[in-house]
Design a protein around this ligand. Structure first.
Ligand code: PLP
Length: 407
């Protein structure tokens, strides 16, 4: 298959996993064979209702508060399948923008909507995925990118100071996007601090992006990483990353579905039907293997990442650059960025292993993510040998260069 990057290859360690499994492929085939589209309940009632049931089931497994589940008594929330995490973040930012503009228009009925829009300010950490910046561009709103702490975690105090400063300048904080499990280093923003800060400001929408790490919260021992979720207005995770589900499947939950759908409603006659009051129309929302097996699979990946980390720590030429909580290890040779760039480029050029770099605390690091569904300890051991061998070459070349320079 020329020109194809083999995401499921056991030596592929770039990005985050791209979910895949036999039941998921069968599910896709079945859905393709039926060829139905569930943009509204009437367009395919079973499609819509199955989606709601599965989203409630997954939300419960992750440990989301009851307000996010559609079938809980008194709940106004619910979940929806989107195509990507980027789309989830865009949809929540659009909803937050609509909510804020509505409130501002009531307060200032004679001010142009464009003027009000120009006052809105969104916030995220420097470590947030670039899709937050893109969403802000699409929404025509300002975005303030904040500095995280030394563990790449956005803190409440930093956010508070920025929001207060902006308010004094006449701007209106309306949206905060936080991340649990950042792309570069799988760090976690401090939600228990950020949540109460958001509550001090009227009309702030707090979004939590757990594109990769969110899947891991199905394991009871990892639920502590979700602490602070009770403050969130919306949450997303990608089963197509770490729950053995084929691309594309990004799941998103909101605390108040009316606040989301009212931002996205257009209602031509041909899409209306007689059951819209009693049912869900997902067009307004933006549009497996056994559960036990998924937990086993996530725990297995975490164990393999820890094994890789131990290998790296034993070689004193290297340093670990992130807190390894899940399946991602960021490491580098103690040396210049250039040296690390060369090492990664040589490893990737060898075709034996594939990884990508990231910038963590202003240093070039190499990301090793456990990705393959059936990887085992021997894969990790062989990969460490490949990295050691390439590093040996790097060091002997550098030594040769130093000797030549001396002579
Ligand atoms: N958010 C985080 C934390 C991610 O790691 C990623 C991708 O890796 C994204 C968002 C974007 O995901 P998607 O490609 O589904 O839009």
């Amino acid at each position: 298959m020329p020109g194809v990057t083999h995401w499921q290859h056991p030596r592929f360690h770039a990005y985050f996993p791209s979910g895949n499994s036999f039941p998921s492929i069968l599910g896709d085939m079945l859905s393709d064979a039926i060829g139905c589209i569930g943009f509204s309940w009437a367009a395919s009632p079973a499609c819509t209702e199955l989606e709601t049931i599965v989203l409630d089931w997954l939300g419960k497994a992750i440990g989301l508060p009851d307000q996010f589940l559609a079938f809980k008594e008194g709940s106004r929330g619910g979940g929806v399948i989107q195509t990507s995490a980027s789309e989830c973040i865009l949809a929540s930012m659009l909803a937050a923008r609509a909510q804020s503009l509505k409130r501002l228009k009531q307060q200032h009925p004679f001010v142009e909507e464009g003027v009000l829009l120009s006052k809105l300010m969104a916030y995220c950490s420097k470590e947030a995925h670039s899709c937050v910046e893109k969403s802000a561009m699409i929404c025509f709103v300002k975005l303030r990118i904040l500095e995280p702490d030394e563990k790449s975690s956005l803190r409440g105090k930093t956010l508070m100071m920025a929001m207060e400063e902006d308010e004094t300048m006449g701007l209106i904080p309306f949206f905060v996007s936080t991340t649990l499990g950042t792309t570069s280093s799988c760090s976690f923003d401090n939600l228990p601090e950020i949540g109460p800060v958001c509550q001090k400001f009227p009309c702030i929408w707090l979004h939590v992006d757990g594109a990769y790490a969110g899947n891991a919260f199905i394991c009871p021992e990892l639920k502590y990483l979700l602490s602070g979720i009770e403050y969130a207005d919306s949450f997303n995770t990608n089963p197509n990353k770490w729950l053995l589900t084929n691309f594309d499947c990004s799941t998103m939950w909101v605390r108040d579905r009316i606040r989301l759908t009212s931002a996205l409603v257009v209602d031509p006659l041909y899409l209306q039907h007689g059951y819209s009051d009693a049912t869900i129309d997902y067009r307004h929302w933006g549009r497996v293997t056994a559960y036990q097996d998924c937990k086993k699979y996530i725990r297995h990946h975490i164990k393999l990442a820890q094994r890789f980390e131990e290998h790296v720590v034993r070689d004193k030429r290297f340093e670990i650059c992130n807190e390894v909580k899940l399946g991602l290890v960021c490491f580098r040779l103690k040396g210049s960025d250039k040296l690390n760039e060369k090492l990664l480029s040589n490893i990737n050029a060898s075709g034996k292993l594939h990884m990508v770099p990231a910038n963590v605390n202003d240093k070039y690091v190499i990301r090793f993510c456990v990705v393959a569904p059936d990887a085992d300890e021997s894969d990790i051991d062989i990969e460490q040998q490949i990295i050691t061998m390439e590093s040996d070459k790097e060091f002997s070349e550098e030594l040769d260069l130093q000797m030549t320079e001396k002579n």
